[in-house]
Design a protein around this ligand. Structure first.
Ligand SMILES: Cc1cc2nc3c(=O)[nH]c(=O)nc-3n(C[C@H](O)[C@H](O)[C@H](O)COP(=O)(O)OP(=O)(O)OC[C@H]3O[C@@H](n4cnc5c(N)ncnc54)[C@H](O)[C@@H]3O)c2cc1C
Length: 428
């Protein structure tokens, strides 16, 4: 019997593993990860790309600045602390951040089973009460646990009806798929989307394939810059989670509307300026290769032998353009994995609101019926209840501390509190 089982071992559950590791009351924990080894968005570890959040928002520091799992301890351990300081940046490269997470994951290797994909959960009952949960991988029980923490990350989002194939895929596949094109580089690539990934993919394709034309198709008039200014950035603060969680629905909606530009369909200023510089330089040299198809809509993509026929509509006039493309990359974002997909086996015990959405406590614990003695927690898929930081790195350390506290405190006191505030919607 485990005290905690985590599904997924990405940044969020890694932060939880660190918090549990540092907590004396943690008990026995195991994390299940479907990848064969640790990996953080490996398909997008583009050379030159950087983290979009301060390294101080690593997996431990904001919860415990003296943790030896912080980014600075990693640098010290790797002998690069001074060199990093000399870089004068808060934003390490994505490749380095992956190495940091890998370093932390390796130190907690005894808590993880890689290559195990959880597929469901089954209740274990005693005298009419659910006292434990069996975690399933197919028909195999891989863990029996008192608490479950689902942190299964993001899923690629594709336009409705989009079909993928050898030449048409989501940006999350970028570095896995491109080697197949290196021998016969694409003459023309289409990148759909206007967010950070789209801009990074467009820049990378131009860099990697110096002869290729890159057509960037998006509905906006231009790429827009991500708002990372100091006041707006407060929407990612721990205190903002309390404000958001306890706010009425219409206030939640307006906060998301006002501050979507900190994260959604926006591009970091340095990446955006780099693209603009490249495009201008291409104009100067008479070799235009970045073709912005702005205010446009992708109408269709049809495989045609060795290429794909891509039809694009320019929205102001309705004019259609057909492109013969060797490659189409959908940089159309992600959605959170739905925790309910794993929870069919305990579905009756989960309380829902009038709209049928799972009720989630401030401490990220799903609200359950009275005879349910186990804790089920969700990290990531809580944007609607806990705000815009949910899917990001900003809160992983603090949130992990709150969940660890809820789990360890929860065993003593069923009416838990998190961060000194009453837990709402979690009285089961
Ligand atoms: C390219 C890219 C760059 C990003 N950069 C930033 C950034 O700079 N700053 C920022 O704040 N956010 C960033 N993000 C957002 C991203 O969500 C976070 O960086 C972070 O990965 C969230 O951690 P997580 O643990 O919730 O999800 P993930 O890191 O995705 O981890 C989820 C893990 O669960 C595993 N898994 C899923 N289902 C199962 C299952 N059924 N059984 C077992 N294992 C399972 C997956 O294999 C995965 O390893 C980025 C996202 C992308 C795609």
């Amino acid at each position: 019997m485990l005290d905690v089982t985590g599904i997924g071992f990405g940044a969020a559950n890694l932060a939880l593993a660190v918090a549990l590791h540092e907590s004396e009351a943690a008990g026995r924990a195991l994390f299940l990860e479907k990848q064969k080894e640790f990996g953080w968005h490996r398909g997008m570890l583009i050379e030159g790309s950087s983290l979009q959040v301060s390294f101080l928002k690593d997996i431990a520091t904001m919860r415990n600045p003296t943790s030896d799992f912080g980014f600075l301890s990693y640098l010290q351990d790797k002998g690069r602390l001074v060199d990093f300081i000399n870089q004068h940046t808060l934003l390490p490269s994505r490749i380095e951040y992956h190495d940091y997470l890998q370093w932390a994951a390796d130190r907690l290797n005894h808590l993880v089973e890689y290559g195990v994909e959880a597929t469901g959960v089954r209740p274990v009952t005693d005298a009419g009460e659910v006292v434990a949960l069996d975690v399933l991988a197919g028909d195999r029980v891989v863990a029996r646990t008192r608490n479950l923490v689902i942190a299964s990350g993001l899923r690629p989002r594709l336009p409705e009806g989009a079909e993928t194939g050898e030449r048409v895929w989501h940006s999350s596949q970028l570095l896995h798929r491109l080697p197949a094109f290196d021998e016969r580089p694409p003459r023309r690539a289409v990148v759909v989307g206007a967010g950070q990934s789209a801009a990074e993919v467009a820049a990378h394709l131009m860099e990697r394939y110096p002869q290729a034309e890159v057509c960037a198709v998006f509905g906006r008039y231009g790429y827009s810059v991500a708002d990372s200014s100091p006041f707006a950035n407060r929407v990612f603060d721990p205190a903002a989670v309390d404000d958001f969680y306890f706010a009425p629905p219409e206030v939640k909606q307006s906060i998301m509307r006002y501050h979507g530009g900190t994260n959604y369909a926006v591009v970091d200023e340095d990446v955006l300026r780099d693209l603009a510089r490249r495009q201008y330089e291409q104009k100067v040299t008479g070799t235009p290769r970045l073709r912005l198809m702005n205010a446009s809509r992708l109408v269709s993509v049809e495989p045609r032998g060795e290429s794909a026929a891509v039809r694009v509509e320019f929205l102001p006039t309705g004019e259609h353009t057909e492109l013969d493309a060797d490659l189409v990359v959908y940089a159309t974002g992600y959605r959170s994995a739905d925790p309910a997909e794993l929870l069919g086996g305990v579905g009756d015990a989960l309380r829902r609101d009038a709209a049928g959405e799972l009720l989630i406590g401030r401490d990220y614990r799903l609200s359950t019926t009275g005879d349910f003695r186990c804790g089920i927690y969700v990290q990531g898929a809580t944007e609607a209840t806990h705000g815009i930081a949910s899917t990001l790195l900003s809160m992983v350390a603090v949130r992990a501390g709150e969940i660890a506290q809820s789990i360890t405190g929860g065993r003593r006191d069923p009416d838990r509190t998190a961060g000194g505030r009453a837990v709402a919607g979690n009285r089961g």
